[in-house]
Design a protein around this ligand. Structure first.
Ligand SMILES: [Zn+2]
Length: 243
């Protein structure tokens, strides 16, 4: 069975063709050339509508889900479109967003493992960096925030994780429901100002949150008779995921 047959089966992108797969054994990499399907119009990244082609940019490499221990890279020359509504814009790709080097499929894969392992362990296991695992988690969280349906929040859990060297921390806020713990927010610091941003996001003043908070086992949890234990410091949990 050919690798490209497998890819077409699992990750087929209409309008694009997997052309050739090359193994580079000395670097432990599989490179896969991708090209637009003949006659398929590029899609404008501004208005998400098909538009006329304008020119090509340089070759870009997108990290895909590793395969049997090999790093898998999709190689593609992005096009620019001449959109009537938006002007000259880079095309939109179905497998990647913005300037991300990681494909959506790979970010989903890493974020999935980051629920089970620490971010560092995930990075080592898949021969990638902590930063890329962080990017993957942020992508999934951003998607979740965009598509979330927040009911009344009964309980929240707050965790801190240390990263890099020295005293650098991220603040993670979880919504806790019966049988589900959903990561709602990642703060870049552990100051009150940073935490306040979470309350601004949900449209409640911080004082309300503090008034109803109690401390349990080192984590701050909102009042709830059925509050589940807070997740491990590295985990994320969400009822749904991006495609
Ligand atoms: Zn447009």
């Amino acid at each position: 069975m050919r690798l490209i047959t497998l890819l077409n089966h699992c990750h087929h992108f209409p309008g694009f063709v997997y052309e050739k797969a090359r193994l580079c054994p000395e670097r432990g990499i599989i490179e896969i050339d991708v090209r637009p399907r003949r006659g398929a119009k590029p899609v404008c990244s501004g208005c998400h509508e098909p538009a006329a082609g304008y020119d090509h940019l340089g070759l870009r490499r997108f990290e895909f889900v590793p395969f049997w221990g090999f790093v898998v890279l999709l190689l593609y020359r992005m096009r620019r479109v001449d959109c009537r509504a938006c002007g000259v814009r880079v095309e939109e790709l179905p497998w990647a967003i913005g300037k991300h080097q990681l494909t959506k499929a790979y970010m989903l894969f890493l974020a999935h493992w980051a629920r089970k392992l620490s971010w560092q362990e995930t990075a080592v296991a898949f021969r990638t960096s902590w930063d890329k695992v962080c990017q993957a988690v942020e992508y999934v969280v951003a998607w979740g925030l965009e598509h979330r349906h927040l009911g009344p929040i009964q309980a929240i859990g707050v965790d801190e994780i240390q990263y890099a060297k020295g005293h650098k921390y991220l603040t993670l806020v979880y919504q806790i429901e019966q049988g589900c713990t959903r990561l709602l927010w990642i703060g870049k610091d552990r100051t009150v100002e940073s935490f306040e941003q979470f309350f601004n996001m949900i449209g409640k003043p911080l004082s309300d949150g503090i008034a109803s908070a109690r401390t349990c086992g080192g984590h701050t949890c909102g009042s709830s008779a059925n509050a589940a234990p807070t997740p491990s410091t590295s985990s994320i949990a969400s009822t749904s995921s991006p495609r």
